[in-house]
Write a protein that binds this ligand. Structure first.
Ligand code: SAM
Length: 339
């Protein structure tokens, strides 16, 4: 989707990613403007300052901030994530070979549409074993490539094919779900959607490529990302959501390693410490629950830094035992040394 913002076009992420924040970026930007107008604080990234996203995902917030003019520095932006699949794909789109990714993706889409003529509806076996279907053959190939690349055989054609398959599977897989098993293998079944228009979006790939050009992409844990932060920098944190008590449905397994409750506690205290020690500014997203608010407020108090929390209304499809769909608001924390 490419939406208009005044005269400008806003490019949205190329991948559907659980917890993606592209839509939320408008609300965050509104709060930034409010804080600047009401309190005289400066939350923009100015000359000499850098922007960091240690939990980049598909880059929804980065793309939103960039197009809204928040990032005005010529310094590099640091985009990091622990998902190997994601960082490898973003790097491939960032590089000059994005055109090859796009060409290959177009071919995969055409072959898929051709295959569907004989395979009939997605997910129907049509008398053939499931693994013979086009989608499952591509999924197998994707996992083979993952093995090659993760084990150090990083040939350019393999990476290009991996990135094209990542986009294809992400668009055609069941319900836009992203899931890997404990070995890191993608295991989402084929989707049932009859719309294949957004499988290959050449123009959007080009725009995302341009948006990623001035960034440094890292496959790494958030603790390593914190080491790059300097005085005056802006950090946006969007970790996996803290599981709700009694909820079965909060997704936290983006890669083979889960983000556990203890990781949230450590992240909150290290975040407040980073603001205090380095003098950076930080914005954090999570569910707006008593536990999350307490977590960040207490961590900020401990380090004597300022922490303001906002509640952004949002409905999440969270399955609480016996309650079905539950309304969960989004929390935004602004953590800083502003007085
Ligand atoms: C809520 S998503 C971020 C979504 C992103 N803001 C967007 O708009 O697409 C959380 C991300 O944290 C990443 N992640 C999980 N554990 C991590 C860790 N220990 N260090 C860095 N990233 C991690 C996941 O791979 C996932 O992409």
């Amino acid at each position: 989707m490419t939406v208009r913002n005044g005269r400008d076009y806003m490019v949205s992420p190329i991948l559907k990613w659980p917890g993606g924040k592209f839509r939320l970026s408008r609300h965050v930007f509104d709060k930034i403007v409010e804080r600047e107008e009401v309190y005289g604080e400066d939350w923009h990234v100015r000359t000499g300052q850098r922007y960091h996203e240690p939990f980049t995902g598909a880059g929804g917030m980065y793309l939103g901030f960039r197009k809204r003019g928040l990032l005005n520095s010529r310094k590099k932006t640091f985009l990091s994530d622990l998902s190997f699949h994601l960082s490898t794909t973003l790097e491939a789109i960032q590089g000059d070979s994005w055109t090859e990714v796009s060409g290959l993706l177009g071919g995969i889409k055409d072959d898929y549409l051709e295959a569907l003529k004989t395979e009939l509806e997605p997910r129907l076996r049509n008398g053939r074993p499931l693994e013979e279907r086009f989608y499952y053959r591509k999924r197998k190939r994707f996992n083979e490539l993952y093995d090659y690349i993760v084990n150090g055989s990083k040939s350019k054609p393999d990476v290009i094919e991996f990135a094209a398959l990542m986009v294809f599977l992400n668009k055609v897989g069941y319900n836009g779900i992203w899931r890997v098993n404990s070995s890191g293998y993608y295991n989402v079944p084929e989707g049932e959607s009859a719309s294949y228009n957004n499988v290959h979006e050449h123009d959007k790939l080009r725009e995302v490529h341009h948006a990623l050009k001035d960034t440094v992409i890292h496959h790494r844990d958030w603790k390593e990302s914190f080491r790059d932060v300097r005085r005056g920098d802006l950090v946006y944190l969007d970790p996996p959501y803290l599981p709700l008590e009694g909820s079965k449905g909060t997704f936290n397994q983006y890669s083979a390693v889960k983000f556990e409750r203890r990781d949230h506690w450590l992240l909150a205290s290290e975040s407040a410490r980073l603001v205090s020690k380095k003098g950076c500014r930080m914005i954090v997203s999570n569910h707006h629950t008593e536990e999350v608010v307490r977590l960040y407020s207490e961590a900020a108090e401990e380090e004597s830094v300022r922490c303001d929390v906002y509640k952004i209304p949002k409905v999440h499809n969270v399955n609480r035992i016996g309650e079905g769909r539950v309304e969960i608001n989004e929390a935004l924390f602004f953590i800083s040394n502003f007085t």
